[in-house]
Design a protein around this ligand. Structure first.
Ligand SMILES: Nc1nc2c(ncn2[C@@H]2O[C@H](COP(=O)(O)OP(=O)(O)OP(=O)(O)O)[C@@H](O)[C@H]2O)c(=O)[nH]1
Ligand SMILES: [Mg+2]
Length: 297
């Protein structure tokens, strides 16, 4: 009988390289939020994939910020270090446009801990095939990766192969979670993330970065709302001016966020919800360690 394999697989890399896209592709579920902006993911997102003879617990992480500017950034970096520590296998994800300083900083964390690692070169749909070999060659001089896998997480190209190789290098062991689990984070975490994703998609410049979402109330099948779930979320910004931009003229901008978020939350939960959004100013919240912690980062 074939033995069972299981373990934690950390997905790490610079901001915006496609880590969350890969995790969703591996799970074939939209679990981790994805936007075109860097620093979308702020915490560890657990995604569990159970197959016939394996269970891989994927840990999506924030992108590594090279110049941390506040407590939120510092916590994001700490999460990456923790994930590398707890991983049985690390997937270092990079872009195919040359080796960057941020790549090397993360590689050092892997090297220091002598972790088993696979290099995933993502976004190969954006380059010529003949650019790949020289790049893999350069990477192979920096660390003894177990595998070098070119992929396009977006087009799901090479993702099956990557999964096979991940499973190949997982240690033998019993499942870590019940086989029908896809995550260990609560629904309210994902609800807050979906709202944050819409804010990242709709607003520009500093607004998304100065924003945090907290679920203030979550009542399942609240009779007061026609048996829909009732969810009240608070959107924090750092300054009064940001509050105005977020709400928009006549509340139009916020309405759009609310509508899009509600639709996606309903898909995620598989049931109808009544979503209420409130915007509050919390001066410089990103510098307030206690507050950042309270938000779950
Ligand atoms: N062309 C192309 N774009 C991709 C690919 N994978 C991801 N992207 C895009 O890259 C952007 C960032 O993707 P994410 O998955 O959010 O990246 P991330 O590494 O999780 O980013 P952070 O959470 O900010 O660290 C999105 O616009 C994705 O659609 C790919 O294989 N090819
Ligand atoms: Mg991400």
């Amino acid at each position: 009988m074939a033995s069972f394999k299981s373990g934690y697989v950390g997905i790490v890399g610079r901001p915006n390289v496609g880590k969350s896209t890969l995790m969703n592709g591996l799970l074939q579920t939209k679990l981790s939020i994805v936007t075109p902006k860097a620093q979308t993911t702020r915490s560890k997102v657990v995604g569990i994939l159970t197959g016939e003879n394996y269970q891989a617990v994927f840990l999506d992480t924030p992108g590594y910020v090279l110049n941390p500017q506040h407590e939120l950034h510092r916590l994001m970096i700490r999460r990456i270090e923790e994930v590398i520590d707890e991983s049985d296998l690390v997937v270092l994800m990079v872009e195919p446009y040359g080796i960057k300083k941020g790549d090397l900083t993360i590689l050092d964390l892997i090297k220091d801990r002598q972790k088993k690692a696979i290099l995933a070169i993502n976004k190969i749909d954006t380059i010529r095939k003949d650019e790949l070999l020289p790049l893999m060659d350069e990477w192979s001089k920096l660390y003894d990766f177990l595998e070098y896998v070119p992929i396009s997480a977006l087009k799901l190209d090479g993702v099956d192969l990557l999964l096979d190789l991940i499973v190949k290098h997982l240690p033998e062991g019993e499942p870590l979670y019940p086989e029908d689990y896809i995550t260990d984070r609560p629904e309210r975490f994902f609800v807050a993330e979906i709202i944050r994703e819409k804010i990242f998609q709709y607003y520009r410049q500093e607004i998304p970065y100065a924003t945090a979402v907290e679920i203030d109330e979550f009542v399942e099948q609240d009779p007061e709302h026609g048996d829909k779930d009732y969810i009240r979320a608070i959107i924090y910004v750092e300054h009064d001016s940001q509050k105005g931009i977020l709400i928009g003229k006549g509340g139009e901008a916020m309405k759009r966020v609310g509508m899009q978020a509600r639709q996606e939350i309903e898909m995620f939960l598989g049931r109808p919800v009544h979503l209420e959004l409130w915007v509050k100013v919390r001066k410089n919240w990103r510098k307030d360690l206690n507050f950042v912690r309270r938000l779950g980062y």
